[in-house]
Structure formats: structure tokens, C-alpha cells
Ligand binder design. Structure first.
Ligand SMILES: [Zn+2]
Length: 109
């Protein structure tokens, strides 16, 4: 049995497309043998199918936003750990009050 990819066509039986029917970005599908195939829609994936998709599709935008959020959360966690350690170091310092007063003066608070 042969399964055709009528929506995409193939080399022997190409399907006419219009700007409205061409996928707007990277498009994955499985071929009749079950192999996963990628039709790249952005230069990043033309060069490397495993690269992060840079298409302006909602899913790609969500993936980039989630990655940015993970990066910011990691930075926030690092900053929190650093803040806690610095606070403890200042409190343990003999000149803690002077250091805190200087910090308040520098931040204007
Ligand atoms: Zn893409």
C-alpha cells in the first residue's frame, strides 16, 4: 500500500501551491515508511534540523519565550543564592552597620 502526501506532494507528483497553501514555517511530517521528515522554513533549520526554530510561528514563539523564561528563572535563582550569601557575609562582618549604611546611601533607599 502506498500512502501519498497529497498535501505536500513529492518529486514525482508535485502539488501546486500558492502563498496561502505553503506552510508558513518549519513543518514536520512522517513519510509513508514512518520516518520523521522536516521541511525547514527558516535558515537555522536549513543548516541544522536540530537547531532552534526561528520561524515566526506561534509554537516557535512560545518555545523561545519559554526558553527565555527558563534563562531568567535560572538567573533569578543564582541572584537569590548570591544575595543570601552576601547578606550573611555582611551581617557577620564587624562593620556590618557601616556597610549597610553605605549600601543604603548608594541605592538612595
Ligand atoms: Zn523554523
Amino acid at each position: 500500500m502506498t500512502t501519498t502526501q497529497s498535501a505536500l506532494g513529492d518529486r514525482a507528483a508535485p502539488v501546486a501551491v500558492t502563498p496561502d497553501t505553503v506552510p508558513a514555517g518549519c513543518y514536520w511530517w512522517t513519510d509513508p515508511d514512518g520516518d520523521l521528515c522536516l521541511m525547514p522554513g527558516c535558515m537555522a533549520r536549513v543548516q541544522d534540523p536540530e537547531a532552534e526554530c526561528t520561524c515566526d510561528k506561534l509554537g516557535a514563539r512560545l518555545a523561545r519565550a519559554e526558553e527565555k523564561l527558563r534563562t531568567k528563572e535560572a538567573a533569578e535563582q543564582y541572584a537569590g543564592t548570591w544575595w543570601d550569601a552576601l547578606t550573611e557575609a555582611v551581617r557577620a562582618h564587624p562593620n556590618a552597620n557601616q556597610i549597610l549604611a553605605d549600601a543604603h546611601r548608594r541605592t538612595g533607599r
